[in-house]
Every structure is written in structure tokens, then in C-alpha cells.
Design a binder for this molecule. Sequence first.
Ligand SMILES: [Zn+2]
Length: 150
Amino acid sequence: MLATRGAEMAAMNRVQFQSGLSLTQFMERYGTQAQCEKELEKCRWPDGFGCPMCARKGHYVVWHGKAKTFQCHACRHQSTLTSGTIFHSSKLPLTKWFQAMYFLTQSKNNVSALELMRLVGLCYRTALRLKHKALQEWGANLGNGGAFPL
Ligand SMILES: [Zn+2]
């Protein structure tokens, strides 16, 4: 696992896959929603949950259906794993986001939105949005084993 500077600054938090990860290994590790959630939690809060409002760590976990919600002890602000990230307000399951990120970060060639659409099974607009976001954040580093900004 590459060292990440993500812990220094919330804005720097990234999802990063081990470089050279095969598709089979990827599916073993991140093939289910639960695995993706666990990884996302680790990437967002490497030192454990921190409240986005008051930065305190004390929290309860409240489940709203299947959605894991973190409620701050101090200010009672509720946040979910995806709130404040590009995953938020998306109907796309995390598993698909992860697959798209995998292809975007692992491929040596620049993956086009059209390829992404076919590989992951996204609608074209979503693929385009993802690709755009990736280009915006990484520019020239796209496809060189980069990390996906949250
Ligand atoms: Zn708080």
C-alpha cells in the first residue's frame, strides 16, 4: 500500500487502490457494497470519524435503513459516509463508483467516457461526469495509478 498524505488534511482524502491490482483481486476486495463502504470509511476518516461540523470524534452510529449514519455526540450533526463527497446524491451504488475509479486509476491508457460506460455499465452521462471529475482533479496524472479524490 502506498503511503498516503490524506490523513493530513480532510480535503486531501482519496480512495487509492494498490497499484497493479488485477481485476480479479479488485472484485475480491471491493466487489460488494459492504466492502466499498468499509474502504470509503477508512479513506475518509483514516484516524476514525471526525465530525465535519465541529471536528470532534465522539459519535454514535445510527442506521437509517441500510444507510450508516454518524451522529456527533457534541453537536448532533448527522453525516453519512458519502455526504460531502461526489458519491452523495447519486443513485449509483458504491460498487459501480469503485469499479469506475478502478478503471480510471489503473489503466495506463486514458479510459474514455464511452469505455467507462461499457466497462462498468453506467449511463453515458454518469460516465462523462465521473471522467470529468477525474480530469479536473488529476489532470495529467490520470491513469498512472493515481488516487481518486473524495
Ligand atoms: Zn459535531
